[in-house]
Structure formats: structure tokens, C-alpha cells
Design a protein around this ligand. Structure first.
Ligand code: CIZ
Ligand code: SF4
Length: 354
């Protein structure tokens, strides 16, 4: 839907007044009305690095969700202030693993006598607390682009991996890319005593998957893949690895948001694609590539936007920019020093992956 022209003008004016002091980051899953004001777009990791490469920007306005703003704060200098236009923009997946729950899980692994063999690998989509836990216990962060390399590295350090917080990315990477079987994976449920697992099962497992998932990607179904193949003959099904294992197994291609964009850029004219990722991005790609005669459809009509991503709208962005232009630092996201130090250690291990 078109943006309110008055708000567009106010955002433009506030941004102009701030000049180089502000740098606006727009995650791929953001609304068009917000993306039009982004200085760069990207996935969470690319955006955090882009922010770090702009030390002259005093204010980093992160149009995305809370864990992404935390990561940007961790990777930027102490002088740079990261602002999240709506503090209610969380991520349901990141919220599925709290520091207390993960500490309790580590106690369970210790009781089972296996903690020393376990290397934590945490997806970028996790709170700064979970990243710090990971750094403290010798583990690494991963993104959906480098999850395989992260697991390869982790299995050189230890015999087992605790994968947080997305069970689907963990399972898909273990089974698709590492040749493990579904039986090598167990799911740790933080809401059950001992994670719902016996010590024996924990000792047998190679991959201990945290019971978390994305409330958007986790909703694509095998049925939606079968339906789109019946509806559009010759369609290529391309999905994000946060989708369930059965969906990923039935798809033609699997990859991160950056991979999805590159694949569509390289696709021949006349090709047809069904995409399983967030709707704002899929709509934007469908519009962009329609001119090149590439047909792009959303994989499942019952799946919707990421509701927390969508909390960042033009009114919130205008409010944040105007406040900063008036000298009011609002909605700052600041990770405390100790957490930052250990989270950074885990992120640096990822950056050092071969
Ligand atoms: O699902 C998400 O939120 C993704 C893919 C985030 C990111 O950019 O890493
Ligand atoms: Fe979190 Fe999923 Fe939304 Fe990404 S799309 S922010 S993982 S709920």
C-alpha cells in the first residue's frame, strides 16, 4: 500500500537534517514503506557488518528485530548508538531460548556426563545472552549461509553439538549437509524436566537441537510444496533452511535470504519460482523480477508476514528519526559489557571459520 505522503516527507526531512550522523539499516523482511529509507538492505549479519563499516554514523537506526539491533551494538564501536524504532519488535524464535533455560540445559548435560563433549553452535537469530553463553562454552555463532562450516568446525572441537535456538536449521544442516541421520538428532524441550530426554538418549545423540522454531518459516508445509507443483508446472521450489525438514527435503533449492536473491538474479527469463520465506521480501522480489519475465509466487497462501518485523512501520521510523534530529536518543539497544565480550568471542569464531 502507498505510504502517507506527509510521513514520507517528514522522514525525508529528518534524515536530511541528520545527514551522515545517521545510518538506516533495513532488513529484507521489512515493509516497503520502511525499506525506501534504508541506506542498505540485507540479512541480519550483513547489516551488522555494514553498520560497523560506518564509524562516522553516530546513530544506527535498525529496521529489523531486537536480536539484530543487539548484534549491531556488539559489532559497532562504543560511540555508535543503535536505535530500534519499536521496542516491541522482538523475534519469537530468539525468545524461545532464555539465558535461564540454557543454563539449566547445560546442567542437564553436565548431569548426563556429556557437557565436556558438547560444543554450542548458536544461530544468529538469538539474544545477546545466548551468544554470550555460546562464547563462554567454546562455541560459535552461525548464519543460514555458513551453518555447515560452523558444524564442521564444531565437530572438530568436540563430539556433540548443542544447536540453538532453531531446531529446523540445525536438523536440516546436520542431515542435508553433514550426512547425519534423523536418529542422530534429539530435541531438547526446555519446558520438560531434563529436556524430555533420558541421559542415555543424550549420550547417544550427536546433535542436540533446541526446541525453537521460526513462527513464519515453520508454517510452510509439505502440502504447500505439492500444491504449487500441481498448480504451476515446471516451478522451482526455493525455501529458507528455517523451514521444516520435510519441506526442505521436498524443495528443489534451499538457502539463506541472500542466496534466494542471488538465485533469482541469475535465473533465466521465463523461469517460474515458488519461494518459502517472509512475504515482504517475496512480494518485493516478485515485483522486481516481473519485468524480466520471471514468475515468482509465495509458496503458501496461509503463511503471513513476520508480525514483529512488521511492527517497524513508517510512523515508528518517523518518530525515531525526528527524535534523533531533535537531539533525543530514543529506544537505544545497548548490550552490557560482559555479555558483549563473550558474545563477540562467539561471533569472532564465526568470522574465523574457514
Ligand atoms: O528469519 C530471519 O529472521 C532471518 C533469515 C534473519 C536474518 O537475516 O538472519
Ligand atoms: Fe524471528 Fe522468524 Fe520473524 Fe525472523 S521471520 S524475526 S526468525 S519470527
Amino acid at each position: 500500500s502507498p505510504s502517507d505522503p506527509d510521513l514520507v516527507e517528514r522522514a525525508r526531512a529528518a534524515k536530511e537534517k541528520l545527514g551522515d550522523k545517521v545510518f538506516v539499516l533495513g532488513h529484507h523482511y521489512q515493509r516497503d514503506e520502511v525499506i525506501q529509507f534504508a541506506d542498505v538492505t540485507g540479512d541480519s549479519f550483513k547489516l551488522a557488518r555494514d553498520a560497523a563499516a560506518r564509524p562516522e554514523a553516530e546513530y544506527i537506526v535498525f529496521c529489523g528485530v531486537h536480536f539484530m539491533a543487539e548484534s549491531a551494538d556488539i559489532l559497532t564501536s562504543d560511540d555508535q548508538k543503535v536505535v530500534l524504532p519499536d521496542l516491541a519488535a522482538g523475534c519469537s524464535m530468539a525468545d524461545m531460548a532464555t539465558a535461564e533455560q540454557v543454563a539449566e540445559c547445560w546442567d542437564v548435560l553436565t548431569e548426563a556426563g556429556i557437557a565436556e563433549q558438547v560444543v554450542p553452535v548458536s544461530y544468529m537469530n538469538s539474544s545477546a545472552d545466548i551468544k554470550a553463553f555460546t562464547g563462554k562454552h567454546g562455541g560459535t555463532i552461525c548464519t543460514s549461509s555458513n551453518a555447515k562450516r560452523a558444524l564442521e568446525w564444531a565437530f572438530e572441537q568436540g563430539e556433540k553439538v548443542l544447536f540453538l535456538p532453531d531446531q529446523h536449521l540445525g536438523r536440516n544442516t546436520a542431515v542435508r549437509d553433514m550426512g547425519m541421520s534423523l536418529d542422530d538428532c534429539v530435541v531438547y524441550n526446555p519446558h520438560k524436566p531434563n529436556g524430555g530426554l533420558t541421559a542415555e538418549r543424550l549420550r547417544d545423540a550427536k546433535m542436540i537441537l533446541w526446541r525453537g522454531h521460526c513462527s513464519v518459516h515453520g508454517r510452510f508445509s509439505l502440502e504447500s510444496v505439492e500444491d504449487v507443483r500441481a498448480r504451476i508446472p515446471g516451478v522451482n521450489v526455493l525455501v529458507h533452511p528455517e523451514c521444516k525438514h520435510e519441506v526442505v527435503a521436498a524443495a528443489d533449492h534451499v538457502g539463506s535470504t541472500e542466496h534466494i536473491i542471488k538465485t533469482l538474479e541469475a535465473a533465466p527469463a521465463g523461469s517460474k519460482w515458488a519461494i518459502g520465506t517472509e512475504l515482504n521480501l517475496v512480494r518485493r522480489l516478485a515485483n522486481r523480477f516481473a519485468a524480466e519475465d520471471k514468475e515468482i509466487v509465495f509458496l503458501d497462501k496461509t503463511v503471513c508476514f513476520c508480525s514483529t518485523m512488521n511492527r517497524i512501520d513508517l510512523p515508528h521510523l518517523v518518530w525515531a528519526l525526528e527524535s534523533l534530529a531533535e537531539g533525543n536518543l530514543v529506544n537505544r539497544i545497548e548490550v552490557d559489557r560482559e555479555t558483549e565480550q563473550f558474545a563477540k568471542l562467539a561471533l569472532e569464531r564465526m568470522l574465523a571459520l574457514p
